[in-house]
Design a protein around this ligand. Structure first.
Ligand SMILES: [Zn+2]
Length: 291
């Protein structure tokens, strides 16, 4: 049976993982459909790692088309407990400069065109998203970023727009007034789903541009984003092995692993069998049977 302790989802510009020992790929099917791509498995510093390209090879899926549930459930099928989500973002704050790394700790989800819960069709759960990211992983990544040559900021709100168009100037200015730090198109839904799967979630957001609010900047274009992205991807490629090398075996004191403990509301005997079977991997530890 394939297994991975650490999952990594790569975003724009980040379509594979180099340096994996015993590298091989698997195509998984989940009860929620097919992930964006085959998952690449292997070892880094002796730890089992799984990598998935969020948009697929050749960047074929737009942020609304990505099947986030299948992507994350596939990681769960591999028994992943820690999930690293890599994404390119625009900065809404002067001090978060292009070329720098941000580890956001909050999300505002403005998306309206994607599936964002595993709990439906006869089962209801309300997980807490008060603190949607793993504090222990965030601290570790920030500490190691300098070693990888990256200026890193921890904290701040990632505003998740639907896309695929970049913001209008009015939207950009409005998001700034709301105090959001970053604008992006993918990560909030991954944070929500990771919480439902009781995974520790580490967001690595690489700033490629100042969105379009910034007076001195030309408006954001794909060309500008891709040029900065290349540099960021190279730095994150250095950072990931450091994080994996230093990652404690035990998840420790964070509460990520118990997110569902008091969250499932539906009376077990009323959960339809089909729904139970679909979610057994997630809920089996709390509801060993429907009776
Ligand atoms: Zn955690």
């Amino acid at each position: 049976m394939e297994y991975a302790e650490i999952g990594i989802i790569g975003g724009s510009g980040f379509y594979d993982l180099e340096g994996l020992e015993e590298a091989h790929s698997v195509r998984l099917r989940t009860p929620f459909g097919a992930p964006s791509e085959k998952l690449m498995l292997g070892k880094l510093h002796g730890r089992a790692v799984a990598f998935l390209s969020r948009h697929g090879h050749g960047h074929r899926l737009n942020p609304s088309e990505v099947n986030y549930r299948a992507n994350l459930f596939a990681m769960k099928m591999l028994k992943v407990e820690r999930l690293v989500s890599i994404t390119a973002v625009g900065s809404l704050k002067e001090e978060l400069k292009p070329g720098e790394l941000v580890i956001p700790d909050q999300y505002v989800d403005q998306t309206f065109k994607r599936e964002k819960t595993f709990f439906e069709n006869g089962i209801v759960a309300h997980v807490s998203l008060a603190d949607p990211t793993c504090p222990a992983l965030g601290r570790l990544a920030q500490r190691l970023a300098a070693e990888a040559g990256l200026a890193a900021h921890r904290g701040g709100t990632y505003c998740n727009m639907e896309g695929p168009q970049f913001s209008s100037r009015a939207e950009s200015l409005a998001n700034r007034q709301l105090g959001h730090a970053l604008i992006g198109m993918t990560q909030a839904v991954e944070a929500k789903l990771a919480r439902e799967l009781e995974m520790c979630f580490l967001p690595l957001a690489f700033v490629t541009d100042y969105d379009c609010w910034h007076q001195s900047e030309e408006s954001v274009t794909v060309e500008m984003v891709m040029a900065n992205l290349k540099q960021g991807v190279a730095a994150i490629r250095k950072l990931l092995p450091l994080i994996i090398r230093e990652l404690p075996r035990d998840r420790g004191a964070c509460s990520c692993a118990n997110a569902l403990a008091a969250s499932i509301i539906t009376a077990p005997p009323l959960i339809p069998e089909k729904t139970y079977k679909k979610l057994e991997l997630i809920i089996g530890k709390y509801i060993p049977s429907r009776l």
